[in-house]
Design a protein around this ligand. Structure first.
Ligand SMILES: [Zn+2]
Length: 81
């Protein structure tokens, strides 16, 4: 029987946010790796995004933004950069 159920829908929630180099991102202020990525005006609230938010790996911002909005948010000290 061709039982090709693709039910291993593993949520790919990152335990830490990684730099493009593959190293964990650190807060420039406190050095914590408990960092969330700031997502601006997401087109849709996907399951993946929701999982990231619940895991504190993403923060959603909507509405008007500054000219150069920060990309990352430190869950430990609240610093944004
Ligand atoms: Zn910090």
């Amino acid at each position: 029987m061709g039982n090709d159920q693709k039910s291993n829908a593993q949520q790919s929630v990152k335990s830490v946010v990684l730099k493009p180099t593959g190293q964990p991102l650190r807060c420039p202020k406190c050095g914590s790796t408990d960092i969330a990525e700031i997502v601006y005006d997401p087109p849709a609230m996907t399951e993946e995004l929701l999982a990231q938010i619940q895991a504190k790996r993403a923060v959603v911002r909507v509405g008007a933004q500054k000219k150069h909005p920060p990309r990352y948010y430190c869950n430990y000290c609240g610093y944004e950069w």
